[in-house]
Design a protein around this ligand. Sequence first.
Ligand SMILES: NC(=O)c1ccc[n+]([C@@H]2O[C@H](COP(=O)([O-])OP(=O)(O)OC[C@H]3O[C@@H](n4cnc5c(N)ncnc54)[C@H](OP(=O)(O)O)[C@@H]3O)[C@@H](O)[C@H]2O)c1
Length: 323
Amino acid sequence: MTRAIRFYETGGPEVLKLETLEIGEPGPGQARVRHTYVAVNFIDIYIRTGFYPNKLPSGLGSDAVGIVEAVGPGVTDIKVGQRVGYLIGPQGAYSDARIMPADVLIPLPDGVSDKTASTLMMKGMTAQYLFRQVHPLKGGETILYHAAAGGVGLIACQWARAIGVTMIGVVSSDEKAELARANGCAHTIISGREDIAKRVREITDGKGVPVVYDSVGKDTLTASLDSLQPRGTLVSNGTSSGPVVIDTVLLAAKGSLWVTRPAMMHYITPRAHMLDMAKELFDLVLAGKIVSEPRQLFPLERAADAHRALASRGTSGATVLTL
Ligand SMILES: NC(=O)c1ccc[n+]([C@@H]2O[C@H](COP(=O)([O-])OP(=O)(O)OC[C@H]3O[C@@H](n4cnc5c(N)ncnc54)[C@H](OP(=O)(O)O)[C@@H]3O)[C@@H](O)[C@H]2O)c1
């Protein structure tokens, strides 16, 4: 028997219920993973509220680390006893243990603890695909990055520093600004207090930036577009403040701008590519260029409180469930 968070209707954090389930044995191509830590991500809030479609009733979460307890027929490259993590696959990570498709499991290297890895799977792989695939950074650029002290944000700050990119990070408080700078963000702007686009022009001698990574969405769209150089790119990689609607005529008026709305699932396949992405991330961690630990820990049964904290901007860095 295993404990799992499940929900039967979309809504506020109160829809999340702790239940006890029988999980059984893995079938062909599957593995049973006993979790050590389960990561909480903003996407879990989109799924809980129904903003992202999902069949109900359902488990929640797609990001965890643990140890392989059993494998089903035909599984050859994942072994019993192996430490693994994952960030894609069916909902249901908020649990003590579960059955997973074996081909989404990523072996964890020695030297990267489960606790550290729990902050990296979704969040570090997101930084990888944003900076190395969606709009590849070469080093030497100055970029604008929203929610720089968030779960993805603190890793992005360190990744930018590691590859010689000057990051201008937007955050909502002085404490978060200090944290982002301590993690390698070169400049910080406090949203709600400062004019984001004006500050970006000051920092870049009027030029603007070639790329903005904007996971905040509705509240920051105009500031993001106004911060770009002609033919610059808005990477709209999230909607923490609400969805974005873009008038394409505005893109011409503001400088023939590009916009992309990337999703991890289109950047992480095939499996060999996913493992290469993870290797690049883990190598930075093993080299000490990315240092990452959970900043908020909640026991599994308090998953709803973890959601409340994340949704109310009360967290910084990674939020993780303990078992
Ligand atoms: N496209 C993809 O494949 C992909 C993958 C992973 C994550 N994401 C997106 O990346 C973003 C970061 O994810 P995360 O899990 O690391 O979350 P997070 O950044 O730790 O938390 C969200 C942050 O967004 C900021 N924010 C601004 N307006 C907000 C509002 N109205 N409500 C709540 N937060 C607001 C807050 O930072 P301040 O207090 O500093 O403003 C908050 O801490 C999310 O939008 C997520 O959906 C996208």
